[in-house]
Write a protein that binds this ligand. Structure first.
Ligand code: NAD
Length: 462
């Protein structure tokens, strides 16, 4: 199907709604068969996806597998294994007032779904939500980001050549196409991207009262305390921060280093950058480029060259910015005014934990937060006092590889969550049913009202 204008989108959505209304997608065996087909089609086209993402921002085949495709495969396999249990009717206890009777919950698909993906992990962020949508029995339209256009073309080719448009279809395009698409009525919109665009999506969804899951961004802090294992801390932080050229929504955005640990930590970070990315990270196959010149310029403007203690090199012709660390940073610096989304790591020193917590809480709620420390007192205090999407103790980013942990933000870092069962839930409605016996019908709720009836009601209902 050619999907370039409003008429096409209206026809596409109608065709998916008609298909959904045949009820075929509700059959669990149909869903499992299509999930099996989905993984087979992706695996058969790995080379095409590798080539496309390398063209987009020099992401290696290894990283494409480790940080994108393996996650999608895992989500598909998990859904296939668990679908019968996830989609089954769940019995719950029946209250006294409804006895004799039974109560149960039936998970049901929402209908026609729209997933809008971001460019930084183009395959994972566009396709993992769709796994959940299809597993839950919906039809799916996916709009990948136009910024990673080679990966977007690859997905369109792979999906649209292998699935019928009335069930699963990729629509390509940017703001104009997405704006037109959003005028249609969907049963669920799943959006990943910036907080500002998240507001536009939610407004458009409100017109149709469409439920949304919003996976947004924000500045994710990383605490490092004096008693942390510095070598492991630096190694994990360097991997997590500079992975994908720092263009990871849950990357440690900045470090809050406890007084006394900062200089040792920076020295260790320097060693680890060299260990992981070599003397010249521009030559490292593991160092991804900035997605486009606009983001390249934006990131450079955040760097205060007087505060750079590691890196700081850049090459516009290659959209390369080296792994960069800034010392003596304060919350008023430019680099602290927006999500960095690039390979720049500011370090802020603190000696009063309450002050550091207050500073985080004065700002929008982070998507992730990390604490590197031993012992439990300070960790417990931070987890208790600070609201954030999710995070890790003594690691960073890795929490999202555990599909038993629902992944999502809170406040301006997002609403709703997915991965594993949480994804299935995000694309389902839970229909509650009371199934009542007709054997008896006590007179208590019917007029004439009487004091003795009220007494019994009190026992039954409170
Ligand atoms: P973006 O919001 O610019 O774009 C994301 C999607 O929205 C794209 O498909 C784009 O075409 C569409 N879009 C852009 N402008 C639009 C408009 N005016 N109307 C309708 N649609 C529009 O985000 P981005 O730059 O691709 O991603 C970066 C941001 O996303 C960062 O803040 C990052 O933290 C966040 N992010 C969050 C997650 C997460 O899982 N929470 C994952 C990746 C990225």
């Amino acid at each position: 199907m050619d999907t370039k204008n409003k008429t096409d989108y209206t026809a596409l959505v109608k065709s998916q709604r008609d298909y959904f209304n045949t009820n075929i997608t509700k059959d669990v065996n149909f869903r499992i068969a299509n999930l099996k087909k989905f993984i087979a089609v992706l695996k058969a086209n790995e080379a095409l996806m590798d080539e496309a993402i390398y063209k987009d921002f020099k992401k290696s085949s290894f990283e494409n597998y480790a940080t994108e495709l393996s996650l999608v495969y895992h989500e598909i396999n998990l859904a296939i294994r668990n679908l019968k249990s996830w989609s089954g009717k769940k019995r719950v206890t029946t209250n006294m007032a409804n006895l004799p009777g039974a109560s149960y919950i039936i998970p049901e698909p929402l209908g026609v779904t729209l997933t809008i993906g971001a460019w930084n992990y183009p395959y994972q962020l566009s396709l993992a939500p769709v796994v959940a949508a299809l597993a839950a029995g919906n039809t799916a339209i996916v709009k990948p980001s136009e910024l990673s256009f080679n990966s977007s073309h690859a997905m369109a080719k792979i999906i649209n050549d292998n699935f019928k448009a009335d069930y699963f279809h990729v629509v390509e395009g940017g703001v104009e196409e997405t704006t037109a698409l959003l005028q249609e009525s969907f049963d669920k919109i799943f959006y990943t991207g910036s907080t500002n665009v998240g507001k536009i999506i939610m407004k458009a969804a409100a017109e149709h009262l469409t439920p949304v899951t919003l996976e947004l961004g924000g500045k994710s802090p990383s605490f490092v305390f004096n008693n942390a294992n510095l070598k492991i801390t630096a190694k994990r932080l360097v991997w997590a921060k500079f992975l994908n050229g720092g263009q990871t929504c849950v990357a440690p955005d900045y470090i809050l280093a406890e007084k006394g640990v900062k200089d040792k930590l920076i020295a260790e970070i320097k060693k680890q950058i060299k260990n992981i990315h070599g003397d010249d990270p521009q030559q490292s196959e593991a160092f991804v480029r900035i997605i486009n010149p606009r983001h390249f310029k934006r990131i450079l403007q955040l760097i205060d060259t007087n505060k750079v203690v590691i890196g700081g090199e850049n090459d516009e012709t290659d959209l390369y910015i080296s792994p960069t660390v800034m010392d003596n940073v304060g919350f008023e610096d430019a680099v602290m005014q927006e999500e960095i989304f690039g390979p720049v790591l500011p370090v802020i020193e603190f000696d009063d934990l309450d002050w550091a917590i207050r500073k985080i809480k004065e700002r929008p709620k982070p998507l992730a937060l990390y604490v590197f420390a031993s012992g439990s007192g300070k960790i417990k205090k931070i987890l208790h006092e600070v609201s954030f999407g999710g995070g890790a103790i003594n690691d960073a980013v890795m929490h999202l590889t555990n599909s038993n942990l629902p992944f999502g933000g809170v406040g301006s870092s997002g609403m709703g969550s997915y991965h594993g069962k949480a994804g299935f839930n995000a694309f389902s409605h839970f229909k509650s049913i009371l199934d009542k016996s007709t054997l008896i019908e006590p007179p208590i709720k019917y007029p004439p009202y009487a004091a003795w009836k009220r007494k019994i009601l009190k026992k039954l209902l409170e």
